[in-house]
Design a protein around this ligand. Structure first.
Ligand code: SF4
Ligand code: SF4
Ligand code: SF4
Length: 235
């Protein structure tokens, strides 16, 4: 398990590097909207004490840096978002090179950071994933039963040094590793696995897909997080 934790730590540190790289790349993209202003000789607002404008500062009404902020927002929400959609498409196209080998692991042991009550609350608020999840998955009575379903995967999940708790679920429709209601399975089952950043059961044939696109997926996630940050700060 020490090996797994060190792999996990490596992933976290890799994400940190990727995040910094993404933040720098976005910074340089938005620099092209920076207005050519000289704060030293500015007469727009005598009370403005800014000397080196930064995108996240609060600017006076008529300052051209305000336009810099609005152009940045529309760039990140438009052209840049489109670029990210392209990356996502590439990740999902790579997934098509692999197919489910019907090991049944994802039906026998599903993990969520949310408890059954939290999932019900989310479903009641209209969360589609939570609704679908609860339409098939039921919680394990206890951790021993969850572990018995897939010991290797369970231990792997339990031994990761995560900030969140794991809740374990299983589907009653899986029989001999196959879905007994295949035609009516929800979208979340058809699309599994949809996120290459999530850990997969070791027996899952999509693990190779996950490995092949992991760096790209991390870079995409970092960019999405950074855009959200810009939106929060500039809106
Ligand atoms: S930030 Fe804008 S308003 Fe303030 S000094 Fe610079 S150019 Fe003038
Ligand atoms: S509905 Fe079928 S595919 Fe979905 S979790 Fe249950 S057994 Fe698996
Ligand atoms: S864990 Fe992967 S290979 Fe196994 S049934 Fe689920 S999707 Fe298919």
């Amino acid at each position: 398990m020490d090996d797994l934790n060190s792999q996990y730590e490596q992933l976290k540190s890799r994400y940190k590097d990727i995040f910094i790289e993404a933040a720098q790349s976005i910074r340089s993209e938005i620099e092209k909207f920076r207005p050519e202003v000289s704060c030293k000789s500015c007469s727009i607002d005598k009370n403005c004490k800014i000397e080196n404008p930064d995108i996240f500062m609060e600017f006076p009404d008529k300052c051209p840096c305000r336009e810099w902020q609005s152009k940045t927002l529309s760039f990140l929400g438009g052209e840049y978002k489109q670029k990210l959609r392209g990356i996502y498409k590439k990740i999902m196209e790579a997934r098509e090179l692999y197919s489910c080998e019907k090991c049944g692991a994802c039906c026998r042991l599903a993990v969520s950071e949310f408890s059954p009550i939290q999932l019900k609350q989310k479903a009641m608020r209209g969360d589609n994933f939570a609704k679908q999840f609860l339409s098939v998955f039921v919680p394990y009575e206890n951790e021993e039963d969850a572990r018995a379903a897939l010991p290797e995967y369970f231990d792997l999940l339990e031994n990761l040094d995560l900030d969140t708790r794991n809740y374990y679920y299983h589907c009653n429709k899986v029989v001999d590793n196959l879905c007994s209601d295949y035609e009516n399975r929800p979208e979340i089952c058809k699309e599994f696995p949809a996120n290459p950043l999530k850990l997969l059961p070791p027996s899952c044939s999509f693990c190779k897909w996950r490995e092949s696109v992991n760096k790209l997926a991390m870079s995409l996630q970092a960019r999405i997080d950074i855009i959200d940050f810009y939106k929060q700060k500039l809106s």
